[in-house]
Structures are given as structure tokens and as C-alpha cells.
Design a protein around this ligand. Structure first.
Ligand code: SF4
Length: 157
């Protein structure tokens, strides 16, 4: 049986590429890498945002989702969308995604989005695009994977 191909948020155990220059410990990564071909990605770094960087936030306005770096007043919507599309277009087959929760890019139903003066929770820009392209694959975030365990997760992939 061929090894599954799994895209993983790069800040989960690969590189300290979060906005604050930190990495998230991922004690499941070694086991996952021993049993699957793992492809790390950081959409924000691919979009040209540095490490560390001012955080970005999502705003829904007139039906459009905007990605704004509030501290710098930069609109990085197009850069993040292009970087996400570009990465996803180069992936021939993906069996699963393991993405960082709550991120404006990678969050799976855990990301804060501003709508006028209120907040609601949805998915980040990269996660939304990945789900559009790979709707049939398995999506999980790091806390879900830690809870489920690599063995049970791979049975679903
Ligand atoms: S959550 Fe996604 S965009 Fe943010 S640092 Fe991790 S890999 Fe990069």
C-alpha cells in the first residue's frame, strides 16, 4: 500500500514560523512522518510576510473576506490568496491536511472573523481554499490529531 501524502502547517513542529517567531510542539509529528509523506506549508511565509511579523486579521465586508495587517494597515488579501492557490495548484494528490487551529490562514472552523463590530468563527483563507479543492480528503487540526492519535487518524486517511 502506498504511503499517504499529508500537508501539514509548517509551524507544527517544523519551523518557528508563527507571527511571533515561535513554533508549536507537535509530539505526533515523528510518528506521522514515519508512516506518511508529509509536506509542510506556511501560507503566510509563502505570501511574503516575514518571521516574525505583525499578526493579520480577517474582516468580512460586503461579502468579501479581507486579510489586513492592522499594525501596518497593509491589505494582504491578494498575496495570501495567491500564495495559497499557487501552493495548492502544485499538489497533484493530497490525502489529508493537518492544520494549525485558530490561524487566519490555517484554522479549520476555529478562526475569528470580524463582521462589523462582532466576531464569528469560521476557517482561515488557506484552509477554505484547501477544502474547496480537496473536499473529499480528511481535515484535522493539531488538537484533533493529538486527541485522536496518529494510528486512528491514518485509518481514516
Ligand atoms: S498557522 Fe499556518 S500560516 Fe500561521 S504560521 Fe502556521 S503554517 Fe504559517
Amino acid at each position: 500500500m502506498s504511503r499517504p501524502r499529508i500537508v501539514v502547517s509548517r509551524c507544527l513542529g517544523f519551523e518557528a514560523c508563527r507571527y511571533n517567531g515561535e513554533m508549536v510542539e507537535a509530539d505526533w509529528l515523528e510518528e506521522l512522518q514515519s508512516r506518511a509523506d508529509v509536506v509542510p506549508v506556511c501560507p503566510e511565509v509563502l505570501a511574503g510576510l516575514g518571521i516574525p511579523r505583525e499578526p493579520i486579521n480577517l474582516y468580512l465586508k460586503d461579502g468579501h473576506l479581507y486579510v489586513i495587517q492592522d499594525e501596518t494597515c497593509l491589505d494582504v488579501t491578494v498575496a495570501l490568496e495567491r500564495a495559497s492557490d499557487d501552493f495548492l495548484s502544485k499538489q497533484d494528490n493530497v490525502d489529508a491536511f493537518v492544520l494549525k487551529s485558530k490561524s487566519p490562514s490555517c484554522g479549520l472552523g476555529t478562526t475569528k472573523i470580524w463582521l462589523d463590530d462582532s466576531l464569528y468563527i469560521a476557517s482561515g483563507v488557506f484552509a477554505q481554499k484547501a477544502m474547496e479543492k480537496y473536499g473529499d480528503t480528511v481535515f484535522i487540526d493539531e488538537s484533533g490529531l493529538a486527541e485522536e492519535g496518529v494510528e486512528a487518524f491514518l485509518k481514516r486517511v
